[in-house]
Design a protein around this ligand. Structure first.
Ligand code: HAM
Length: 433
């Protein structure tokens, strides 16, 4: 027998049964970011390597160790995108989206690639939902981007969302080189405590030492005199005050530097308690120099990306759970009969009904033909279906539907012509009609 070919480690299939959760999350993102005035952007998965090494930074873990880089047939160095902020910048500059001083608000959903060691919540192909406010400086834009990340997660009913913030404004200013030098001499004087990666970063880019997750590095990082030498900017203090006034739970963390070189101001990470070791659900911040770095005009920007795998994990451990949310409006179609002729009619009625329900935006699943109804009811219960549309011999003969509401444990007979309106009214509420 021929040897089976398997998918690459850390790059996973999303199969039927799972894919519905992805579709649900994607549609929530389209709805939310559309309503918040972000326009969707899609960029190629493969870009010139230079795009990422120049923007993310040569000494970052991503560029140094994690990129999927290869030479194409023409001898060009190409990379599978490890993130999308750089790709969005490239696309905005290339397509001249900043003409007449425009400031596009953009969002994206898609796969990214990083050769990290796979574990729960850490994949080599993973997916992000992200948003970028391009060409807008100031506290208002920072506030808007953090609010949009926070309220998007809240729109998914995610509990326990926390935001950690730090300010890289001073270190990115003209005073930055003095601060870096002070940090360098601090770490130099503790050289014996630095691991191999940090020794490399000491000379190349001292700020990146703060990215280290190695347990043995944490004490020396904690002791770094960061607070004394890099005070918070007034804008950042105002941002914190306004976030607090909004009731958004945030916490200052002076050790947060966020693993990518392009940040120049407020940076933040969002965590959720259900995640375990990989608790960063999302990350982002202000990056005012990237567009110039990539040959474009000076354009202050801010943005964030949410890891979809981690978001799904957090939602799975959430109350209400992902499954409950995905199926809370689910209509389960239950064709059943042990009579061959009835069975085939019931099945085609179920298929037709599923198509119609989906066409008006309801979630519907066809349970497939069964000999008896009880199997269907068990399966519908497992999927947390809102209701079951029973299609047996009586329904086929009468052209009327039997509809069972699972939570209420009630049943009603609905005329064929009234089915869609009845379901819409009960599942979506009358205001949408
Ligand atoms: P990042 O912190 O590298 O930022 O990634 C954002 C999120 O993507 C992380 O918080 C995490 O949820 C998810 N993520 C990252 N790596 C993996 C992985 N190997 N497996 C699963 N999930 C992962 C960025 O990518 C920036 N582009 C964010 C940004 C946008 N900054 C400004 N604009």
């Amino acid at each position: 027998m021929a040897k089976k070919i398997e998918s690459l480690r850390g790059m996973e299939d999303i199969l039927p049964g799972e894919v519905e959760k992805w579709q649900w999350l994607e549609s929530k993102a389209h709805q939310f970011f559309g309503a918040w005035n972000f326009d969707e952007i899609r960029t190629p998965i493969v870009e010139y390597t230079d795009l990422f090494s120049r923007s993310i930074g040569e000494t970052t873990d991503i560029v140094h160790k994690e990129m999927y880089t290869f030479e194409d047939r023409g001898g060009r160095s190409l990379t599978m995108r490890p993130e999308m902020t750089a790709s969005v910048a490239r696309a905005v500059i290339q397509n001249n989206l900043l003409r007449n001083g425009a400031s596009p608000n953009l969002y994206y959903i898609g796969p990214m690639f990083r050769a990290e060691r796979p574990q729960a919540g850490r994949k080599r192909q993973f997916h992000q939902i992200g948003a970028e406010i391009v060409n807008e400086g100031g506290v208002d834009a920072d506030l808007h981007i953090i609010r949009s990340a926070y309220y998007f997660l809240k729109s998914l009913n995610l509990q326990d969302v926390k935001i950690k913030l730090n300010d890289l404004t001073i270190i990115s200013s003209s005073a930055g080189s003095t601060i870096r030098e002070k940090l360098r001499s601090y770490f130099e004087s503790h050289k014996d405590k630095l691991d191999k990666d940090s020794l490399y970063r000491l000379d190349k880019n001292v700020l990146r030492i703060f990215d280290s997750k190695a347990p043995e590095m944490q004490a020396v990082i904690d002791e770094a005199p960061w607070e004394d030498i890099a005070p918070l900017s007034d804008d950042f203090k105002m941002l914190m005050t306004r976030l607090e006034a909004d009731g958004i739970p945030c916490e200052l963390n002076r050790r947060l530097v966020r693993g990518l070189d392009y940040y120049t101001g407020c940076v933040f990470e969002i965590t959720s308690s259900g995640l375990g070791a990989q608790d960063a659900l999302a990350g982002g911040g202000r990056y005012d120099g990237l567009y110039e770095e990539l040959g474009g005009p000076k354009s202050p920007c801010t943005g964030f990306s949410i890891g979809m795998e981690r978001l799904m994990l957090a939602l799975t451990n959430n109350e209400p759970s992902l499954e409950q949310q995905v199926s809370c409006g689910l209509v389960y179609l239950a064709p059943f009969s042990d009579d061959l002729e009835v069975a085939s009619q019931a099945e085609s009625l179920a298929r037709e009904a599923a198509r119609k329900l989906k066409s008006i935006g309801l979630d519907a699943v066809n349970g497939g033909l069964q000999k008896s109804l009880s199997n269907h009811l068990k399966r519908a219960g497992k999927r947390n279906a809102r209701c079951v549309l029973m299609i047996g011999a009586d329904e086929v003969a009468s052209g009327q539907w039997q509809l069972r509401w699972m939570e209420e444990q009630t049943q009603e007979t609905v005329k064929a012509g009234d089915l869609l309106i009845t379901l819409l009214r009960k599942i979506r509420g009358t205001e949408l009609l």
